[in-house]
Ligand binder design. Sequence first.
Ligand SMILES: Cc1cc2nc3c(=O)[nH]c(=O)nc-3n(C[C@H](O)[C@H](O)[C@H](O)COP(=O)(O)OP(=O)(O)OC[C@H]3O[C@@H](n4cnc5c(N)ncnc54)[C@H](O)[C@@H]3O)c2cc1C
Length: 510
Amino acid sequence: MILGPADVKGDVSRSADVVIIGSGAGGGPIARELAGEGHKVVVLEEGGYFTREDFNLNPADSYMKMYRDAGQTITLGVPFILLPLGRTVGGTTTINSGTALRMLRPILKKWHLTHGLTDITEEELNLIYGHLEEFLFVKRADPEVAGKVATTFLAGAEKLGLSSGWLPRNAKECEGFGSCAFGCPSGSKQSVDVSFIPDAVKSGAEIYTRCRADAIRVKDGRAVGVSGHFVDPATGRPDGRNIEVDAAVTVLAAGAIYSPYFLLKQGLANSSGQVGRNLQIHPATQTVALFDEPLGPPKGIPQSSYVDEFKGEGIMLEGGTVPPEIHSLALPFAGKSNASLMTSYPNMGIFGGMVSDSDSWGRVVDLHRPGYRPGMLYMLRGRDVGKAKAATVLMAEIWFAAGAKKVFTPFAGHYELSGKRDLNRLERSRVRATDLFGMSAYHPLGTCRMGGDPEWSVVKHTCETWDLEDLYICDGSVIPSSPGVNPQLTIMAMAMRCAGFIDDRLAAAS
Ligand SMILES: Cc1cc2nc3c(=O)[nH]c(=O)nc-3n(C[C@H](O)[C@H](O)[C@H](O)COP(=O)(O)OP(=O)(O)OC[C@H]3O[C@@H](n4cnc5c(N)ncnc54)[C@H](O)[C@@H]3O)c2cc1C
């Protein structure tokens, strides 16, 4: 059952085997697996429940309804970085781009060597990835549907002899509405709201929406459930009704920003001092290219193609076509210049360059502000600034090879490139983090990291916290270091593992 505030009378009190906070890439698979094993599962999700009818190709509407703080969540630091987060049944997967990639092999090796996670074997992970790919209908984007922006960019990459191709996506018969980030209007994208959650509900899970967990209840050093409250959909404020769930196992899956914040607010599970630290976000730059002929954005698959020639160096290029109202924000100009350039929107293409952050510094903190709002601190530093520049230069090279007459970049002093000479100037220049305009990031990770040493990590390889028995954390926060690619499949894989350990734990207790 998916229950909204209108379906609930007065306060709610439930007893369950498992209570899960959050229904995204971490929480959703755990709910499905454990409900499927016959356990009584209750999920608390702060966001609302939306279906195809709500996904109306209107970005502003979607930002207001399905994104936290209407999509305006920003890291504090240099530079400011937009870090949008979903707040809806399905979590951020409901509004993500559908890229479904396996983690790079050397990263798993790093997890073994640096984080002591030798229990996560390559064989096991590949089995889980395979199962997920089948369940989520993962296949390469169809070039016939992808759209001209993607085919043009790939043609440029091919001319330069760069490793490139079509991205694997969890989309079944995608029709190319160009609107993944605002909810898939055809229901083709297999986000958690249309894949794991319906199965969990069929197996008896109860999903309470507009229901914010406030605290994990603790007794004798064990987590024993959750208390929370319902939220008025119109105002976002408490509507006066509360919920209490007693449970044998509690799972925190509120995402890499909100899970650590939740723990910090309550002072829980932080004997290591690592809660909220090690924030990685995969900062991204973008380039906009202007052509003589129309490319027809945003029709097609927004994120369908990639160039991974330099993935070993932490640079991954992925397409990211967006509708005009969002596209205009990617241009490094305001006012009349922006408006005049936007008249050429049909002739423009956009592409993104994602950096695996290694030298930057990030942390989620409790600023003790009223409401439910953490501080997200992030400083782009060291080699990561160079990687952002290298990604931008590479994209510009590709656009010019594909026939672009201009390329717009986010680097101060290099906003408009008209050809090879401008590109060489950018390549040779010494750039700083302060030179970057309008960066964004989509993959917060690492803030309750998993590891083999309780002094350096918050959870074990099973996702159970070192400090509190029966409290598991499973979402982007446990991923100990950047997976080098988009993380949803890896978060889901960790969730599948975690569900197995919880199932064993419940079986042992019965
Ligand atoms: C625009 C965009 C595009 C993206 N594209 C891709 C992509 O193509 N491929 C990919 O792999 N990744 C992509 N991502 C990232 C990916 O979607 C996330 O990494 C993933 O969903 C994170 O999973 P999670 O479980 O950590 O958190 P989420 O999926 O964000 O789920 C957390 C949930 O917890 C809820 N919650 C928080 N606090 C509480 C509380 N106190 N009580 C109750 N509920 C609470 C939130 O409302 C939210 O629904 C994209 C992200 C964005 C923003």
